[in-house]
Design a protein around this ligand. Structure first.
Ligand code: 5RP
Length: 228
């Protein structure tokens, strides 16, 4: 009889726990957002590696860490993070990612930019050849949303404002999110450069400049480590 395949939840636990090996003793860790990162946070709470504490990328991760007794400080109190651990909605073979499914992309990009190493944790379904399968999140200033959506539509995408309970979702920064489907992001660096310059774009969910250095991919055969 063949063994029961691991659930997506078990694959996330696998990579969340494996990420503990990337902690640098007596240093700060940056912590992302999402269901995979929640597994990392749970593992971090009982980890024996001494760390100075954590910098969080969202209110949700801050609350979870504080509830588990993890010391959390603001990014402004830290000069450099030894490592940043976060999930992704998609990652390509070069470590470029689409992020923001959990609406935390702006703080994630800011925290990642202050880290020496970005370790992405993801289940195998997130690995893609070309970014664009997952709707691309873009955080925007609300008054700019219609024009930004027109520009994505002109590129061949279909853009809409993300809703929550029938109203535009508000990010931790009090802004709106536009999700774009139907894109094929073949050159993530140029795409990130281009869209980042549009007036009213706060953050585009393509992480090509803040790409992953390592990806821990949860597979049926165990954790696969990809280095970029
Ligand atoms: C949040 C993110 C997450 O990392 C991304 O959405 C993946 O989440 P999950 O681990 O729940 O699949 O970018 O803004």
């Amino acid at each position: 009889m063949s063994p029961t395949p691991l659930s997506q939840d078990e694959l996330k636990t696998q990579v969340g726990t494996a990420a503990l090996h990337y902690l640098v003793p007596n240093e700060w860790v940056g912590v992302g957002t999402g269901s995979t990162v929640n597994k990392f946070i749970d593992a971090l709470a009982s980890c024996k590696t001494p760390i100075k504490g954590a910098v969080s990328s969202s209110e949700a991760s801050t609350q979870r860490m504080k509830a588990l007794g993890i010391h959390v400080v603001d990014l402004q109190e830290v000069t450099r993070l030894a490592v940043y651990i976060d999930g992704a909605d998609e990652i390509d073979g070069h470590g470029c990612m689409v992020k923001g499914g959990g609406a935390a992309l702006t703080r994630e990009k800011i925290v990642a930019a202050q880290a020496d190493q970005f370790v992405c944790i993801a289940d195998a379904s997130k690995l893609v050849k070309v970014l664009g399968k997952f709707p691309l999140p873009v955080e925007v200033i609300p008054m700019a949303a219609p024009e930004i959506m027109r520009r994505f539509n002109a590129m061949g995408g279909q853009a809409h404002v993300r809703l929550k309970d029938g109203a535009p979702l508000l990010t931790d920064n009090g802004q709106h999110l536009v999700d774009v489907t139907g894109l094929q992001i073949t050159d993530p660096v140029s795409f990130e450069n281009q869209v980042s310059q549009w007036p009213g774009v706060v953050t585009v969910g393509v992480f090509a400049h803040q790409k992953a250095h390592v990806c821990l991919l949860g597979t049926e055969a165990g954790v696969q480590t990809l280095s970029f």
